[in-house]
Design a protein around this ligand. Structure first.
Ligand code: PMT
Length: 399
């Protein structure tokens, strides 16, 4: 995402300035070229040398530089994104009212790149009508505001004002530089395994982690969609900008999918749904005996995609996934594409160990569309696959 992107990080004078080090470091690790500008007040919290070491380039503090370089103009015009983190009430007021009295405020007035602000301050300041009015002016002008978190604040109080988690800042920044091709679309994603209980403490399941589904949920959100993720039991943490519907069994997943389907434009079924469940769930833990447990009776679970096929509207886009261990990946995918009435299918090879489930890489992937779309990847990172799939669908369907 960030490889070769040019990002200007503007640091203003709040205690959270030290947290901006992690942001600069993360952006560098992800391949961005980072330049840092600081207000004089920010240098009271953290030294420019710290950011110089992290960004591996000169840090800009003074409005007055050499004749060859005019940073207050060039910084915000020769980059892909400007992020102000932390953004104090003071810089928000200056931005809203066009005040340009130092390098950072002047650079922001001259910026032509998209701007993201990450306010962080005392909760009473945050709630002040003047701050809220300034934020509204900025949001109306297209500045992306990353609202602060609720929690303990450096001033000893608690409330809304905490510098947000790095992942959310990175996600909002990514959204600011992404074409909003899914704007106005409602995307439903299923992910993770289902659990089919034999008794109160034992169940049939599979190793799905929900990573693939979460990657799609994030990629669609980044493109402007409103996203709901129906997630089976797994460790995956769902960010708060994605609506999260937890489920356990295939039957619960079916009910959740059908209840959301009418308000869905695109459905991505990445979940590894159990095809069978125990015929009866014992009310008490099954006791062991001396002999083998010779029979475990199973019954078919409903096929969620087949039920979707029966009630879907033709303009809805339905994407299935297929986890395969057999050799003929493409043939198996074609059969499921037709049988389940899908618009697209993503077939991936899964193994007992490493790649496929759980890992961040899919080992062999084929995307097939009923419109004739075809893509093949020998190996692809799940996030890249999610972006590639979302873009393919957006282009093919003129979203
Ligand atoms: O979660 P991760 O660890 O990141 O792993 C990702 C993944 C390997 C689980 C994912 O990429 C994947 O392949 N998901 C589909 C797994 C699967 O159940 O495949 P299938 O061939 O059994 O099912 C085909 C399609 O029918 C799937 O979209 C599935 O969600 C759906 N299905 C399956 C069974 C059922 N009862 N109802 C369904 O709707």
């Amino acid at each position: 995402m960030w490889t070769q992107k040019r990002v200007v990080v503007a640091v203003t004078g709040g205690i959270a300035a030290y947290k901006t080090c992690s942001l600069v470091s993360k952006l560098r690790q992800e391949g961005a070229e980072v330049k840092v500008a600081m207000t004089k007040n920010a240098t009271s919290f953290i030294s420019p040398e710290c950011f110089e070491a992290l960004a591996r380039t000169k840090v800009y503090v003074d409005l007055w530089g050499s004749a060859e370089e005019i940073p207050h103009i060039s910084l915000g015009q020769e980059c892909d994104l400007v992020v102000v983190a932390p953004a104090t009430a003071n810089i928000l007021a200056k931005m809203a009212h066009g005040i340009a009295d130092d390098l950072v405020s002047t650079m922001l007035l001259a910026a032509t790149a998209p701007v993201v602000v990450v306010p962080s301050m005392n909760a009473v300041m945050w709630e002040h009508p003047a701050v809220q009015a300034n934020l509204k002016i900025l949001a109306d002008r297209g500045v992306r505001v990353v609202n602060p978190d609720v929690g303990n604040l450096a001033c000893g109080t608690s409330g809304r004002g905490r510098f947000p988690e790095l992942d959310r800042i990175m996600a909002e920044m990514a959204k600011a530089v992404t074409v909003q091709s899914y704007q106005g679309k409602r995307v439903l994603v299923t992910a993770g395994p289902t659990r089919e209980y034999l008794d109160p403490v034992r169940f049939l399941s599979n190793p799905s982690t929900g990573k693939m589904g979460l990657a799609i949920a994030k990629a669609a959100w980044q493109r402007g969609a409103e996203v709901t993720l129906i997630l089976g039991p797994c460790e995956t943490k769902v960010p708060d900008y994605i609506n999260h519907v937890p489920v356990v069994s295939a039957e619960e997943m079916l009910e959740a999918v059908l209840s959301h389907l009418a308000n869905t434009d695109l459905l991505f079924m990445t979940a590894a749904v159990a095809d069978y469940r125990p015929k009866c769930e014992a009310a008490e833990k099954i006791k062991k005996t001396q002999s083998d447990l010779s029979t475990l009776e199973l019954t078919r679970n409903p096929d969620i995609l087949l039920q979707v096929k029966a009630v879907r509207r033709p303009e809805q886009i339905i994407v299935g996934f297929a986890a395969e261990t057999a050799a003929d990946l493409v043939e198996l995918a074609k059969k499921k594409l037709t049988a389940k009435g899908l618009d697209y299918i993503v077939a991936n090879r899964v193994h007992k160990t490493d790649k496929g489930f759980s890992s961040s890489v899919q080992s062999e992937v084929v995307i097939l569309g009923k419109d004739g779309s075809y893509r093949h990847y020998q190996e692809i990172n799940k996030e890249e696959l999610a972006h590639s799939l979302c873009d393919l669908i957006a282009t093919a369907n003129q979203l």
